[in-house]
Ligand binder design. Structure first.
Ligand code: FE2
Ligand code: FE2
Length: 292
């Protein structure tokens, strides 16, 4: 099975991308979310709705949220956080509708193949050890803190087949604390490992209950650090042989449209291999780098 992975889009999408993914022959597409440059996911969502392969998207912190809401979440302004969360369930539903055939998931389990499950993790994750968008998560999912988020993920794993892929907006904790680690904090290096602890604990649970987590696919922590000095590592294979991928190359379109980024995830008999691939506007491969 070959999956095409599309990292944080942040406005970098056009009809060439749609045509490419509709003809590239992937068995499925995984999207890590963050559609708009800052806010307003619907224009990109309308274009993505034209995709024809089975596609799954986890919403990011920029999807179905607003600028004031992001400010409130990041600054910890409780009243403003509550106020700006009020319309979020409706905004998420509108985004899901606009995405047409694409499955907008979150705390959900899907079948990728006969014996391969796709767990979609906490939606709108924003990194670190804080539960962002807590008001929305409580009202819609009954999740009140990181422990109940972990428990919610574990119940999905209970229902999952042996082999699993996880799609998250931000990846799991435990993959390193340096600014160039897949989910290390670059904008404030003192904060170290900025991966999601609830997801990391759910992965441990998955292994303890006999699952093979072939890979995790996420984004959010963009490849280039805020100060422009570091390039983040895209891949990390852990001691359990799980391949972790951070696909958030932002901007994903470079050189006036002549280079477009995605990742190919190849799953063969329980083994995950990946390749970073750049294609031009006509869909021809301009560079491809295997990672193993
Ligand atoms: Fe992003
Ligand atoms: Fe993000």
């Amino acid at each position: 099975m070959k999956l095409g992975i599309i990292g944080d889009i942040h406005g970098a999408w056009d009809s060439h991308d749609t045509r490419f993914f509709n003809t590239a022959g992937y068995d499925g597409l995984l999207l890590t979310g963050d559609l708009p440059r800052f806010v307003g996911a619907l224009p990109v969502a309308r274009q993505l709705a034209e995709l024809t392969p089975p596609a799954y998207m986890i919403p990011g912190n920029h999807d179905a949220t607003g600028l004031v809401q992001l400010y409130a979440e990041m600054s910890g302004h409780t009243r403003l956080t509550r106020l700006t969360a009020l319309g979020m369930p409706e905004r998420v539903a509108h985004l899901a509708e606009t995405l047409g055939p694409i499955t907008l998931g979150g705390y959900s389990l899907h079948a990728l193949g006969d014996n391969l499950g796709l767990v979609m993790a906490r939606p709108h994750a924003m990194g670190g050890d804080k539960l962002y968008f807590a008001d929305y998560l409580r009202r819609v999912y009954g999740v009140t803190d990181l422990a109940s988020s972990r428990d919610r993920l574990c119940r999905l794993i209970d229902a999952a087949p042996r082999d699993l892929i996880v799609l998250a907006h931000n990846g799991p904790a435990g993959l390193g604390a340096a600014p160039n680690a897949p989910f290390g904090c670059d904008f404030d290096p003192k904060r170290g490992d900025f991966g999601d602890p609830d997801l990391a604990e759910a992965l441990t649970y998955a292994r303890e209950t006999g699952r093979r987590v072939l890979g995790t696919v996420a984004g959010h922590m963009h490849h280039r650090s805020k100060d422009g000095r570091h390039w983040r590592r895209t891949y990390h294979r852990d001691t359990h042989d799980t391949l972790h991928i951070n696909a958030a190359r932002v901007p994903r379109i470079e050189a006036e449209g002549s280079r477009r980024h995605h990742v190919v995830l190849d799953l063969d008999q329980g083994e995950a291999r990946a390749q970073t691939r750049w294609v031009d506007a006509a869909g021809a491969v301009v560079s491809a780098e295997d990672w193993r």
